[in-house]
Write a new protein. Structure first.
Lengths: 268, 390
């Protein structure tokens, strides 16, 4: 895994929460909501985006170095918190890009208020229930073995290998805490907000939904159904990309995202 | 000291563990034969009735979706035994409050059993082991919070005597609670809680005057936790503190060392029952620091290290106590000395393939030849004047 370039990290106070915010690059604001494993911020994709944008990466409560008070219980709570953050940061015409859990959060935010958001990209987001009560829309990552989960997440399972024992304790603490917070917000209802699907029609900014064709945790059909709920949303599939298509196919991913951002810019 | 007979009511004739990923949570129930199940339930209840006849107390628990424990509803077993026994105290250890839908229902069930048994019920509350979060779908990051909120609500339901009260907590909302019946024991039955490593939680148990129980841990660890309990205990009289401390080893008593060792090997089945790794450590069940160790490969679940060792090692550690009556007595005494004393010996003296005849043999030998010595050696001395009442 490539070493990330060092961004400017600060801890903001929002209500009673210490919110970790990293900023990289210069240009119009792009708010990036990281995946639940914190992998995206360490990928080359962010450095590439930082060439044309000021990439702003707030860590959700309980993730990274952000605190997690007990009253934060759902993605809905976090979405309102992030709206407070956008107000405090004073960003205008921001591009909002969310990955996996961060994609779910981005969708929640955009259903509530897009006054500071001009365009939206969701990458393999969780967040809605598509099928009926007996259907498993999202594979149960806590019930399966870690080997099974890794095989579902990646087009090539080897791409998910991480040498944890080689990491410093500080890093491992963040990983362990990320996992705990992920379960806190997503255990039940499992990986979705039963209300979100009926709210997606409110998203009124140009939206791109990107899906890894080889995502075994949530399939492309689910992604298509997600995009269908958002008025005018574009749906793009990345071949040979899994649940994190931007990690496995960064070039193709940047092509798709870059194309959308350019078109959205023109339309504006 | 009091001794309690305990079995998880196992269904041991499941497929070879080497051929299945887990005995718990996911083993398909096509491997359960209700004809065999009927025999097992009746047999285990008979053994509890024998405990009553032998002067032993009775402990019950429950688990879900597992061949290791057919008792999926401890209140049901307790209700049966409340009628079918006459002397024994019956301890449910415990009601998995974190995983229960309604603490007020728990309060009602316990009050009813307490009345039927004419005040012989001890009510344990447990957080539930990690794998229970899958069957119950309880958020593993919130089991402790749910446990304590549920206990508070249950205690209030037991003790509030002046009509309805309301409750609007984090996990439960109640508009008008006023249970009929109340418990037979007043103000409420003795409360027990289990623990393993969370000292802050143990101190809370101690401050509330509840009995603290530990299961199947090496004596060094047990002493550390018992010390934490003793330091925070609400009771001034050390004997009263000791009365509220419980430990559970696996126990097997035989006429000869060879016989006891044969029983012990069968009972040790419980420690080897296979559980898939992801069920042993759902995210957020244990603190972040444990999971940092897990990521480094140093932690694979709370009790794994102990459980993979042989029976002689387990005997040295006090996780198992087995031998002739003399030897079992000496092992209880040694453990007692190692951990600074305790008052309740919870005995898992049936597990796995230990047959009814073998279980009866082991229980009877213990009750007749070990228990009288234990009762005498570790008798509770009368409370000194001024000691806090229970």
């Amino acid at each position: 895994m490539a070493e990330k370039s060092s961004g400017n990290v600060e801890i903001l106070k929002i209500q009673d929460i210490d919110l970790e915010v990293e900023r990289r690059g210069a240009g119009p604001p792009l708010v990036l909501l990281d995946d639940e494993e914190g992998l995206t911020r360490e990928s080359p994709v962010v450095d590439q985006l930082a060439k044309s944008f000021e990439v702003i990466i707030p860590s959700m409560p309980g993730f990274g170095r952000s605190s997690r008070p007990n009253w934060i219980e759902t993605m809905d709570d976090i979405a309102y918190l992030m709206l407070d953050f956008l107000d405090q940061a004073g960003v205008e015409d921001a591009t909002l890009v969310g990955f996996s859990l961060g994609g779910w959060l981005a969708a929640e935010i955009a259903t509530k208020n897009v006054s500071r958001i001009a365009r939206l990209a969701l990458v393999d987001p969780y967040g809605i229930k598509v099928g009926g009560p007996w259907d498993r829309d999202i594979q149960d990552i806590w019930f399966l073995t870690k080997e099974e989960v890794q095989a579902l997440k990646y087009a090539d399972a080897k791409n998910g290998d991480i040498d944890y024992p080689a990491m410093p304790d500080e890093k491992l603490e963040i990983i362990a805490r990320n996992r705990e917070s992920f379960a806190r917000f997503c255990w039940q209802p499992y990986m979705h907000n039963p209300k979100l699907k009926r709210r997606l029609h409110r998203i009124s900014v140009p939206t791109l939904v990107i899906w890894g064709a080889a995502d075994g945790v949530i399939t492309t059909d689910y992604g298509k159904a997600y995009a269908d709920e958002i008025p005018g949303a574009r749906f793009e599939v990345i071949e040979n990309g899994g649940h994190f298509p931007h990690l496995e196919q960064p070039e193709h991913f940047m092509e798709v995202l870059g194309g959308f951002l350019a078109d959205a810019q023109k339309a504006a | 000291m009091y001794a309690w007979h305990f079995t998880e009511m196992p269904y041991p004739d499941h497929p070879d563990p080497d051929t299945i990923p887990s005995v718990r949570v996911s083993l398909p129930n096509k491997h359960f034969d209700p004809i065999i199940g009927a025999d097992l339930y009746n047999r285990y209840l008979d053994e509890h009735m024998l405990a009553d006849e032998l002067g032993l107390n009775i402990m019950l628990n429950e688990h879900h979706q597992t061949a290791t424990c057919l008792d999926v509803a401890a209140p049901l077993a307790a209700a049966i035994l409340a009628r079918q026994t006459s002397k024994a105290r019956i301890c449910i250890l415990g009601n998995p409050m974190s995983n229960r839908a309604d603490p007020v229902r728990v309060a009602e069930e316990m009050a009813m059993i307490d009345c039927i048994s004419r005040g012989r019920l001890d009510v344990g509350f447990v957080r539930g082991v990690p794998y229970e979060t899958f069957a119950a779908n309880t958020n593993p990051t919130q089991t402790l919070e749910r446990l304590w909120e549920g206990i508070d609500l249950c205690l209030k339901a037991w003790t509030h005597r002046e009509g309805c009260f309301n409750f609007e907590g984090k996990f439960w909302h109640k508009r008008s609670v006023n249970i009929w019946p109340t418990p037979y024991q007043q103000p409420h039955p003795p409360v027990w809680i289990t623990g393993s490593s969370d000292k802050e939680n143990i101190r809370e148990v101690a401050r509330r005057g509840f009995t603290f129980a530990m299961f199947l841990q090496p004596y060094v660890k047990v002493k550390e936790m018992f010390d934490a309990y003793r330091e925070a205990s609400v009771y001034d009289d050390p004997e009263e503190v000791r009365r509220h401390i419980a430990y559970m080893p696996l126990v097997a008593t035989g006429d000869t060392e060879e016989e006891a060792e044969g029983f012990a090997k069968k009972v040790a089945w419980y420690l080897g029952a296979k559980t898939a790794p992801q069920f042993r450590n759902p995210p957020g069940y244990v603190p972040v620091s444990f999971n940092v160790s897990a990521l480094k490969g140093g932690y694979a679940g709370r009790t794994d290290a102990v459980r993979s060792k042989g029976i002689d090692y387990l005997k040295e550690q006090g996780v198992m106590m087995f031998g002739t009556p003399d030897q079992v007595f000496e092992q209880v005494k040694a453990f007692y000395d190692h951990v600074g004393g305790f008052g309740q010996l919870l005995m898992m003296d049936q597990a796995g393939h230990l047959s009814h005849e073998e279980t009866v043999k082991s229980m009877t030998l213990f009750a007749r030849e070990v228990y009288p010595r234990i009762r005498e050696e570790f008798a509770f001395k009368p409370a000194k004047k001024g000691a806090a009442a229970q």
